[in-house]
Design a protein around this ligand. Sequence first.
Ligand code: NDP
Length: 315
Amino acid sequence: MSSTVEHIKCLIIGSGPAGYTAAIYAARADLNPVLYTGLEPGGQLTTTTEVDNFPGYPEGVDGPTMMVQLQQQAERFGTQVRIGMVTHVEFSSEVGGVHKVVVDNTTHLTADTVIISTGATAKYLGLPSEQKLRGGGVSACAVCDGFFYRGQDVAIVGAGDTAAEEATYLANICKSVTMLVRRDEMRASKAMQHRVFGMKNINVRFNTEVDEVLGDMVVEGLRMVNNETGEKEEIAITGLFIAIGHKPNTDLFKGQLDMDDTGYLITKGKSTKTNLPGVFACGDVQDKEYRQAVTAAGTGCMAALDAERYLASVE
Ligand code: NDP
């Protein structure tokens, strides 16, 4: 590393609502933030069409537009937004220590504080028909998109707490919910299962998987297959929700930051502090429960405030 390595007061990794909100607050606090976007600038919301549940948009807003506006708001206060992927980190464990970061395997940087907002990626089944219809009726977020299918017949895949929670959410607004469970039992907690079985319009199909999502431009139906008998069946639906888990984008931090057994970063108490001083985490990378744009933005604000207080304490 040469002596001309750029030093940054507040480095933000990731460009979803958490990262941009952290940037807005950090910039306004004169922390001169630099934000690296990662491979998917704008994060998960750029794969969503309409966002109707972010406060302040009475008519709704499409995901990509909202992310551009968040970026503009962060830049308005002086955030430097750079396209680039952080490929290596070497965090200091000393209070007041300097963190080393490499971008795109080539650019070396140092930072006093690092805010991690790398998000999580929804898992999909990987079927070509499913991929073709993402945004056309296939969604990985019932709370985000369920509203568009109110009064209609939908299906959901998965059997964990998320699938159970989303199935009951959908059952309250949709006509019927067919729930595809690949084994002969559900992984979800008993309490969540009771809620599912308590809803008259949820039809749980055990040992059942998706064979093909039907429809050309939009979802029109589903061909299911019983994985014990091989029997196939088609049903008419307009929305298919995939709830088979998320993968937090934390591979880069393994061995340095504390994570739970599914790879989510662990933050201390109600703060965004990780186990290392000056390193903070916000948004979906540390939240597997709420996963909403507005909650991610809230923790982004917290991370910037935590970073500001940390800098004040070491300066
Ligand atoms: P989980 O990993 O717990 O569950 C994923 C589910 O998807 C499993 O039932 C799994 O089936 C199924 N699945 C995986 N791959 C496929 C596939 N290819 N085809 C069909 N089904 C598939 O993820 P969740 O998102 O549900 O939960 C993540 C964590 O968050 C958990 O710890 C959960 O408890 C927690 N959570 C808590 C909530 C709460 O407390 N309110 C709400 C939401 C989440 P199988 O069982 O056969 O492996």
